[in-house]
Ligand binder design. Structure first.
Ligand code: DX5
Ligand code: ZN
Length: 224
C-alpha cells in the first residue's frame, strides 16, 4: 500500500489562529485539512461553515477534506465546493437520496465520501461503490473531538478494506479508506494494519505543542 495520508482535524486547533494553524500542519507534513462541520441537529455540536472554509483556503495548498455532520446535506454542497473543498463526505442517514447527493458532490468537481458511524452498517455501500472516492469510518460517535477510539470498529474496518480492494481490483479505480476518531500513537499501528490508508487525527496532532516542531513529530510518529 502507498504511504499513509494524515488529515489533522481542525476541531482541536486554536480557532482564534486558524490560518496559522492550517499553515503549521501543512508545513509539518499534513496531507489534508480535515474540516468538521456540525449543525447541532444531526450531531449535538455546532462548528463552522463554508465561510470559514473559504477563509482558510488561501492559507494552504493541500486538499480540504470536508466532513459534513449536517442534515439536510444537499444545499451545503455547492457552497463548500465554491469555498474550496476538495473532498466532501456526508452521513447516509442525513440524506434522503444518497445517490443524488453523491452525484451532486462529484458534479461540483469534488471527491465524494460516505461516512459510517460505529453503528451504521456497511450495507450502505451496496449500490454506490461506483460513485465513491472515499469511505470514512467513524471510530467514535460524531460530535466531539478527543473521544476514545471504539475498538469494535476494527472488524468493520477490515470488512470495508476487503470490499474496497475487491472494487479496486475489478475497476482499477481508487477509493480511500479514512478512519476518524480517537486515532492516537498507541492504536495507529492496529488501525493501519486493519486497512486504513487515511487517518484523521485531531487531538493527537493539535494537542502537541508546535513551538518545537511538535506537529511534525506527532505526524512522523503516526506514519511510522
Ligand atoms: C468527530 C470528528 C472528528 C474528531 C477527531 O465528530 O468528526 O474529526 O474531531 O478528533 P480526535 O482525533 O480528537 O478524536
Ligand atoms: Zn471528522
Amino acid at each position: 500500500m502507498s504511504a499513509i495520508r494524515i488529515a489533522p482535524s481542525i476541531l482541536s486547533a486554536d480557532f482564534a489562529r486558524l490560518g496559522e494553524e492550517v499553515r503549521a500542519i501543512e508545513a509539518a507534513g499534513a496531507d489534508l485539512v480535515h474540516f468538521d462541520v456540525m449543525d447541532n441537529h444531526h450531531v449535538p455540536n455546532l462548528t463552522v461553515g463554508p465561510l470559514v472554509c473559504e477563509a482558510i483556503r488561501p492559507h494552504v495548498k493541500i486538499g480540504i477534506d470536508v466532513h459534513l455532520m449536517v442534515e439536510p446535506v444537499d444545499a451545503l454542497v455547492p457552497l463548500f465546493a465554491k469555498a474550496g473543498a476538495n473532498l466532501i463526505s456526508f452521513h447516509p442517514e442525513a440524506s434522503r437520496h444518497v445517490d443524488r447527493t453523491l452525484q451532486l458532490i462529484r458534479g461540483h468537481g469534488c471527491k465524494a465520501g460516505l461516512v459510517f458511524n460505529p453503528a451504521t452498517p456497511l450495507a450502505w455501500l451496496d449500490h454506490v461503490m461506483d460513485k465513491l472516492d472515499l469511505v470514512l469510518l467513524m471510530s467514535v460517535n460524531p460530535g466531539y473531538g478527543g473521544q476514545a477510539f471504539i475498538p469494535s470498529t476494527l472488524g468493520k474496518l477490515r470488512a470495508a478494506r476487503e470490499r474496497i480492494d475487491a472494487h479496486m481490483a475489478a475497476t482499477g479505480r481508487e477509493i480511500w479508506l479514512e478512519v476518524d476518531g480517537g486515532v492516537k500513537l498507541d492504536n495507529v499501528a492496529e488501525i493501519v494494519r486493519a486497512g486504513a490508508d487515511t487517518l484523521v487525527a485531531g487531538s493527537a496532532v493539535f494537542g502537541a505543542p508546535d513551538n518545537d516542531g511538535g506537529y511534525r513529530t506527532v505526524m512522523r510518529q503516526l506514519r511510522q
